[in-house]
Design a protein around this ligand. Structure first.
Ligand code: ADP
Ligand code: MG
Length: 264
């Protein structure tokens, strides 16, 4: 189960990234010499306790925050500022309440000035279908459940066809049943789109259900402690005994060096 020599070239990587936040005299060393390499089409789940620097790392990957040192590389080149090549989906969908579902997904396509409005509408329709909301294309945000809002956020992030999709605890605010349905959909969408996805979570079962690889981060300053390959066939059932066995092994590893709450 434990990893892994990987001959394939990286689609996306962070190399030796460190970050310290300074507020007045308070310094928070969030990330320390963190490196991670992700293959084209791979689904990597980063797991770590609250405050270990997961969001900071994702923001750095997205180009929303600068590291103090280190590099973010996409296809072997410095990734630079935030752009439609690397889009983030957050825990809160942050949709525009004055736009309907189609308008929200089309908004992401404003990043593509080469497209006409009709083309944007067509692409938005495709992704709204992919996330299973075709019947709600004209619905407004206040008419949607939490799970549906996250589906819209996912369609909006996918529509500009990013090279890498970054997800920061996208399912953490949802109830368990909605989350389980979205595990099914995330797996299907990953298979259909072939996207390279990096998802951070504190939920080990979620990571095992979705990831080709589960990467464990240490408490702050965040570093990679250990990686687990998850060779389970897809689609995976989050409640299957095989999946639970991986989750238990990983939880034991996490607790071993954290001694903190870990959602199995
Ligand atoms: P996680 O997402 O794993 O919960 P974060 O990356 O959000 O962790 O935060 C890591 C640490 O860095 C925390 O201690 C947090 O308080 C601190 N931190 C994050 N962003 C800032 C900021 N803009 N200014 C100061 N401290 C920050
Ligand atoms: Mg976070």
């Amino acid at each position: 189960m434990l990893l892994q020599v990987d001959p394939a070239p990286a689609k996306f990587s962070v190399e030796r990234v460190s970050k310290t936040f300074r507020r007045g005299r308070v310094e928070t060393h969030a990330l320390d010499d963190m490196s991670l390499s992700v293959r084209q089409g791979e689904f990597v789940c980063l797991v770590g306790p609250s405050g270990c620097g997961k969001s900071t790392l994702l923001d750095i990957m997205a180009g929303l925050c600068r590291p103090d040192s280190g590099h973010v590389l996409c296809d072997g080149h410095e990734a630079g500022e935030a752009g439609p090549d690397r889009l983030v989906m957050f825990q809160e969908a942050a949709l525009f309440p004055w736009l309907d579902v189609t308008g929200n997904v089309m908004f992401g396509l404003k990043l593509r000035p080469d497209l006409t409005r009709a083309q944007r509408r067509e692409i938005a329709g495709h992704y709204i279908g992919l996330v299973g909301l075709e019947r709600f294309a004209r619905a407004h945000v206040h008419e949607l459940s939490g799970g549906m809002k996250q589906r819209v956020a996912l369609a909006r992030a996918l529509a500009p066809d990013p090279d890498v999709l970054l997800m920061d605890e996208p399912l953490s605010a949802l109830d368990a049943m909605t989350r389980e349905q979205l595990y099914v959909d995330f797996q299907r969408i990953h298979a259909e789109s072939g996207k390279t996805i990096i998802l951070v979570t504190h939920n080990v079962r979620e990571a095992v259900c979705l990831g080709d690889r589960v990467v464990l981060m240490s408490p702050r300053p965040g570093r990679i402690r250990e990686e687990f390959a998850i060779p389970l066939a897809r689609p995976r059932d989050v409640n299957s005994p095989e999946l639970a066995r991986y989750a238990t092994d990983i939880t034991v590893a996490l607790k071993d060096y954290m001694g903190e709450d870990v959602a199995e």
